[in-house]
Design a protein around this ligand. Sequence first.
Ligand SMILES: Nc1nc2c(ncn2[C@@H]2O[C@H](COP(=O)(O)OP(=O)(O)OP(=O)(O)O)[C@@H](O)[C@H]2O)c(=O)[nH]1
Ligand SMILES: [Mg+2]
Length: 198
Amino acid sequence: MEINTHNAEILLSAANKSHYPQDDIPEIALAGRSNVGKSSFINTLLNRKNLARTSGKPGKTQLLNFFNIDDKLRFVDVPGYGYAKVSKTERAKWGKMIEEYLTSRENLRAVVSLVDLRHDPSADDVQMYEFLKYYEIPVILVATKADKIPRGKWNKHESAIKKKLNFDPNDDFILFSSVDKTGMEASWNSILDKVAEK
Ligand SMILES: Nc1nc2c(ncn2[C@@H]2O[C@H](COP(=O)(O)OP(=O)(O)OP(=O)(O)O)[C@@H](O)[C@H]2O)c(=O)[nH]1
Ligand SMILES: [Mg+2]
């Protein structure tokens, strides 16, 4: 598939099913804890500075944000989990919204599940990965902020993450940095593979 990534825009923000776009365009969702680098990942892949808003303020994105890419593909930026200052009610609302999207969206081709290369995956990270495996949703595991770890230690961190997640060797694992664009091509290849698979 030929995609003109210059032709990208935010399409809409949705809180529930009734607001999702209604067509057959394939979607790739981005999931990960707050601050892991989901919005930065989108910006990097689209060569844009701030299309998907990034901030130091975690827990800001409270809706599913749909990005139209050349009318051929959509990225769906999912609000981050694991932000401590969110109330129980908010958390429950979040859970319902994500679950509704992930388990019922026919357009969904894969979830890019992001974890921080520097740290062992959190309990929430493990739960997200298990959830995706349970529902047989194709996963692309992206370990972000690789620029913050010396290359010589990448392997060690990758192994620790895989072990903690009980990682399925059939899934793609990509080391990524939005600072130096490590893994950008691998990410695009993996995404386009998933889109082509169905
Ligand atoms: N060094 C480094 N910093 C990064 C990288 N990716 C993201 N960041 C920084 O991490 C912070 C959070 O990035 P975001 O992309 O906003 O994270 P997010 O996952 O979208 O966060 P929420 O929307 O709150 O869930 C920002 O200050 C980014 O500049 C990376 O690959 N390397
Ligand atoms: Mg974000």
